[in-house]
Design a binder for this molecule. Structure first.
Ligand SMILES: Cc1cc2nc3c(=O)[nH]c(=O)nc-3n(C[C@H](O)[C@H](O)[C@H](O)COP(=O)(O)OP(=O)(O)OC[C@H]3O[C@@H](n4cnc5c(N)ncnc54)[C@H](O)[C@@H]3O)c2cc1C
Length: 338
């Protein structure tokens, strides 16, 4: 039976620390909890909101909905010839999962260390960092399909993963409630060291070929230097996605701004560094009452306390408008606005 609460405070369930309440909230610790919560007559007719760790959402107001707090545990490993398959319950903490797999001799997730949130949310925006995206380590997931009322398995090709995007942010939004994720960790393990900052960090320490654990530690060291800890300052990591532009537009920008930071994509388009664009507009370290831009990284918006999601969105709009006016490029928020 899911724990059910009315007017439930969500401040501890979102990494910005915005103080809003849910009309109803249910702690979901199993698939049967999920079915009970969905069938509960108290929330009948109300919209549904699914929350994992709340590290990629902006809560702008009290939520007149049933909020499902996904806390399903679970960890199982199957060894195959060319990969380990690791299945994690949707409520497992992502970073703890990364550490556990490595400690169990199952390398492959090390570049994705220290990303906050749950395993069940990882497919939503196809989490990625330091040269690896979830889709490269993904096998399938199990979800409750609200259209059919059945549990379904969705394989890699069905999830339509793209840069910080997936089926679950588009047609599948409000349709699937993920209860477990199966990761595919290929054998033999190959370290991914293409990300320059990571290679530099590892080179400083030892010339020996790095282990998965060393890569995990290096990723943690870099992230700890660059990103604010949500336990200290409210934030959701990178607030804006890096915009992708056509080669012609990138060339025109490069002619005007020789320091422009851009990376060519497999299809020939260019990803621009949103943090650089924002920095050029003078926003790094700027405060706007209770919200602001992190002093060490212009891509991260922060909440110092006492503010609202509306305050944060107003600042985000100012930043996006300034970038648009100067560079002719629209930057879009990465977190889900609720
Ligand atoms: C300091 C910091 C650093 C970060 N760094 C990175 C990074 O390097 N790379 C990166 O990709 N992200 C990063 N993020 C963003 C965030 O950690 C990830 O997006 C993470 O996957 C969100 O997990 P969550 O459980 O907190 O999801 P939530 O914020 O709770 O939810 C996010 C979305 O997923 C949906 N959702 C959650 N669980 C489920 C489920 N079980 N079924 C269906 N829908 C669900 C929610 O409805 C919502 O739409 C960072 C965030 C912070 C605070």
């Amino acid at each position: 039976m899911a724990d059910f609460h009315e007017f439930y405070p969500l401040r501890r369930h979102n990494s910005f620390g915005f103080d809003v309440r849910a009309r109803f909230a249910a702690h979901v610790r199993s698939e049967s909890d999920l079915l009970c919560a969905l069938a509960d007559p108290r929330a009948h007719g109300l919209p549904l909101v699914v929350l994992g760790g709340g590290s990629n959402v902006v809560l702008t107001r009290d939520i007149d909905a049933l909020v499902l707090l996904m806390e399903i545990p679970g960890y199982a490993v199957v060894a195959g010839d060319d990969a380990y398959l690791v299945t994690a319950g949707a409520g497992e903490n992502w970073h703890a999962l990364v550490c556990r797999t490595i400690a169990d001799g199952l390398p492959g997730l090390e570049n994705l260390a220290l990303i906050p949130g749950t395993a069940g949310a990882a497919p939503i925006q196809n989490i990625g960092a330091y040269g690896v995206e979830l889709r490269e380590r993904f096998d399938s997931l199990r979800a409750f399909d609200r259209h059919s009322g059945e549990f379904v398995r969705l394989a890699l090709e069905q999830c339509q993963f793209a840069y910080r995007d997936s089926l679950f942010k588009r047609e599948g939004r409000d349709r699937y409630i993920i209860t477990a994720v199966t990761l595919r960790l290929p054998l033999p393990w190959q370290p991914v060291l293409g990300y320059a900052e990571l290679a530099r960090e590892l080179a400083q320490e030892s010339a020996a070929a790095p282990t998965a654990d060393r890569i995990r530690e290096a990723v943690i060291a870099i992230r700890t230097r660059k990103l604010p800890d949500p336990a200290q300052i409210g934030n959701a990591g990178s607030f804006f996605k890096n915009p992708v532009v056509a080669p012609g537009q990138r060339d025109a920008l490069l002619a005007r701004y020789p320091n422009l930071v851009s990376h060519v994509q497999p299809d020939g388009s260019y990803k621009l560094a949103a943090g650089w664009l924002i920095d050029q507009c003078g926003f790094k370290g700027v405060s706007d009452g209770p919200v602001g831009v992190y002093g060490k990284q212009a891509l991260v918006l922060v909440h110092h306390g006492g503010g609202t999601g509306q305050d944060l969105l107003a600042l985000a709009r100012r930043i996006a408008d300034a970038v648009q006016a100067r560079f002719g490029v629209r930057i879009e928020p990465e977190p889900v606005v609720l």
